[in-house]
Design a protein around this ligand. Structure first.
Ligand code: NAD
Length: 495
């Protein structure tokens, strides 16, 4: 198998020490590719290229409409290659093909959104007391941006990082997760085809604790944008202090999906499933806690358990598959361990709770859709992010209790509320300490809207105008339109 490379300064590159990594299909753990595996040394090279491209190259100096044209071209190339990209995403990440197709379309849309946004008015003018002064606020690129992404949305996360970063005129270094670099490599083929100037975007492969850490710690990197686990986020924040790097963090969650008794029963039922089982539950905003009105629990839970047990789990490439495998055997073992911890603490499963091994599933990392009832707020399965298809049900009697349970978490990423009373829904959403909220829906994600978390779910926002702000510096310019001697120093006025 040919070793797939990184991309530095407009050219393909392999790791200095020749290290490689096998990439597996999580549906069967077969090797599907071999990639070069960068190290700290390679990260330093990527940084040097990006630094030079930013300090001396054309990209940050280019007019916004010209940069936008590159992004539009890239979006068109993504669309043109959509079928192949989606299939590759499914083979590398495991998610069902229908989900991967949405990711590819959303990635193209994200490049188009920021291509459009960067050509719209930015900055301000301001009036001060002195009539001779004309004040301007201009926005400028931040510099070299390190962008570290996880394995659950490999292509889409690359787009969320590169689109605003490049649109703003920064020189970027993308580091995908070790396990899922394949669609990012394809994306960089398209970046090469679109003809971006050398150094505008680099692709760095390799482990987080070496290649990723080097980006976070380097004094030559101006910003680090990270999506991943909260524990890693803390390490990155600490490593970034050396040069007071700008930091944005999109971290984990334990998000509540709240169903009131007056909700449309069928709508709430399917969304409660979609909230947790889409993407095998490997979704940062997954509705991994179902907060259910006691009044409907007897009717809701048996239907939920029955429908969840009949979700078709399998290889994401099979057209009938509704839920795919977990990313690695190690992650599957972690999820199964969390399920055991739930049982040990006294919660009961009404669905799933085990690995799936029938037929070909035995070769992959498949866990059955799992639902726990009889939970207590202190249990590990209620408090900690599992990042798998595991739902913890919590019952409530009043609106106040639902709000209290929802907010009883170190996380604050997302929340959904289902109710027939829109006024009540909005009242509840406003009391939730979470950055992404939905009323009578769950999961739709829009590149127009800011994405990010309260509390330990993150720092800053991606997407929308907020996402562009996070890649821009802000400069005040004060122009004296009527220069005259100041008269401050007598010695200066004796000429
Ligand atoms: P992870 O934190 O282990 O890894 C994420 C990335 O960080 C990878 O590229 C990895 O190589 C790199 N990394 C690891 N250690 C590093 C270090 N010390 N320095 C620099 N980089 C390092 O997370 P994961 O297991 O890949 O992803 C799952 C996590 O991501 C979950 O907790 C999930 O909630 C979170 N996530 C959050 C969002 C969001 O938008 N909030 C989106 C997707 C995933």
């Amino acid at each position: 198998m040919k070793t797939l490379p990184m991309f530095f300064n407009g050219a393909w590159a392999t790791a200095g020490d020749g290290a490689t990594r096998e990439i597996l299909n999580p549906a069967n753990n077969q090797v599907i590719a071999v990639v070069t595996d960068g190290s700290e040394h390679d990260a330093r090279l990527a940084i040097a290229h990006a630094r030079r491209a930013f300090d001396e190259g054309p990209w940050p100096q280019m007019r916004a409409p010209e940069r936008a044209a590159y992004l539009f071209k890239l979006a068109d190339l993504i669309d043109k290659n959509a079928a192949a990209l989606a299939e590759l995403e499914t083979r590398n990440n495991g998610k069902p093909l229908r989900e991967a197709k949405y990711d590819v379309a959303d990635a193209a849309a994200c490049f188009r959104y920021y291509a459009g946004l960067i050509t719209k008015p930015l900055g301000q003018t301001y009036e001060v007391g002195d009539p001779a002064i004309q004040g301007l606020v201009v926005r400028e690129p931040l510099g070299v941006c390190g962008q570290i992404i996880p394995w659950n949305y490999p292509l889409l996360m690359a787009a969320w990082k590169l689109a605003p970063g490049l649109a703003a005129g920064n020189c970027c270094i993308l580091k995908p997760a070790e396990t899922t670099p394949l669609t990012a490599i394809e994306l960089f083929k398209l970046i090469a085809e679109a003809g971006f100037p050398p150094g505008a975007a680099q692709l760095l492969l390799g482990p987080g604790h070496t290649a990723g850490h080097a980006l976070a710690a380097s004094l030559l990197v101006d910003k680090i944008a990270f999506t991943g686990g909260t524990v890693t986020g803390r390490k990155i924040m600490a490593a970034a202090t050396g040069n007071i790097k700008k930091v944005t963090l999109e971290l984990g969650g334990k998000s509540p999906c709240i169903v009131f008794a007056d909700a449309d029963f069928e709508v709430a039922l399917e969304y409660a499933m979609f909230a947790i089982f889409a993407g095998q539950g490997e979704v940062c905003s997954a509705g991994s806690r179902l907060l259910l009105d006691r009044k409907i629990a007897d009717r809701f839970l048996p239907r939920l358990a029955d429908a969840s047990a009949r979700i078709v789990v399998g290889d994401g490439l099979h057209p009938e598959t509704e839920m795919g495998p977990l990313i690695t055997p190690a992650h599957m073992e972690k999820v199964l361990g969390d399920i055991e911890a739930g049982r040990a603490e006294g919660a009961e499963t009404i669905c799933g709770g085990h690995r799936l091994t029938a037929g070909a599933l035995a070769h992959g990392n498949f866990v059955a859709p799992t639902i726990f009832v009889n939970t207590q707020p202190g249990m590990k399965i209620v408090r900690e992010e599992i990042f798998g298809p595991v739902l913890a049900v919590q019952l409530f009697a009043t609106e106040e209790e639902a709000i209290h349970l929802a907010n009883d978490s170190i996380y604050g990423l997302a929340a959904g509320v289902f109710t027939g009373d829109v006024g009540k829904g909005l009242r509840v959403l406003k009391k939730l300490r979470a950055g992404i909220t939905w009323l009578n829906t769950y999961h739709p994600t829009f590149c127009e809207a800011p994405w990010g978390g309260y509390k330990q779910s993150g720092l800053g926002r991606e997407l929308g105008t907020f996402g562009l702000d996070a890649y821009l510096e802000t400069k005040q310019i004060n122009i004296n339109t009527a220069p005259a001697p100041l008269g401050w120093f007598r010695s200066a006025g004796t000429g």
